[in-house]
Design a protein around this ligand. Structure first.
Ligand SMILES: [Zn+2]
Length: 226
């Protein structure tokens, strides 16, 4: 995608006629650059083709950022390329268009997630969420839900039977993660991680009880020793 949008930009930059339309196209393309830079971590990019001071200041770049030289246009005056198309209109004719970014963070996230098969970085669930009574997992002793929200993280999810679970990051309680929020790709990865680590469920059950006991402060003396 980088190569494609760099090439498209070079071509537009080379246009010497109809400068208003050229500017629209360059502005719109900047939003495609921002979209391409989007990562599933809540860090907001303001850079388009050119780097912004804000992104440099926020350490969004890994390593160096080359200074890019803009070349003088060489295409003939009458060769003005497209005036409008879906590529431009999707972004430019939005009612809610803002100065820097045309897509909302949520829209960028949706585009990203549909391409990468990941959970949103900011997905939370409440600790009191329970599965159906009939497939209910027996929770370890000493654990009960704290009713706080916590982040759902793929790498923390394990399975018991056909159900998915994650330990609450606040209290250690084993919370059911509804299957509906997990895409096929995610489920496959979780399946594989369980195959390579068959003790994952047992580990989580033990850890859940240990964390709740620790949270109650009953083993403070024990942990202090370590
Ligand atoms: Zn909890």
């Amino acid at each position: 995608m980088w190569t494609l949008i760099f090439k498209v930009r070079e071509y537009i930059k080379d246009q010497s006629g109809d400068l208003d339309n050229k500017k629209v196209k360059i502005d719109v393309l900047d939003e495609y650059f921002r979209l391409r830079r989007y990562e599933n971590n809540g860090r907001i990019w303001t850079s388009g083709y050119n780097y912004t001071f804000e992104d440099i200041k926020n350490n969004l770049f890994n390593g160096s950022y080359p200074i890019r030289k803009e070349l003088e246009p060489t295409r003939k005056k009458h060769d003005v390329g497209v005036k409008s198309n879906v590529f431009l209109n999707t972004i430019y004719n939005r009612d809610d268009k803002k100065y820097v970014s045309y897509f909302s963070e949520e829209e960028k996230q949706n585009v990203y997630l549909s391409l990468h098969d990941e959970l949103p970085w900011n997905l939370t669930i409440n600790c009191s969420h329970e599965e159906n009574e009939e497939d209910k997992l027996e929770r370890p002793n000493n654990t009960k839900p704290c009713s706080e929200d916590f982040y759902v993280k793929e790498e923390e999810i394990f399975m018991s039977g056909e159900e998915y679970y994650q330990r609450c990051t606040n209290c250690g309680y084993i919370v059911n993660i509804p299957k509906e929020i997990l895409s096929l790709g995610i489920k496959e990865r979780i399946d594989n991680s369980i195959k390579s680590n068959p003790d994952l469920e047992r580990y989580n059950v033990l850890k859940s009880e240990l964390e709740s006991i620790e949270n109650k402060g009953k083993t403070k003396a024990l942990t202090n020793k370590n």
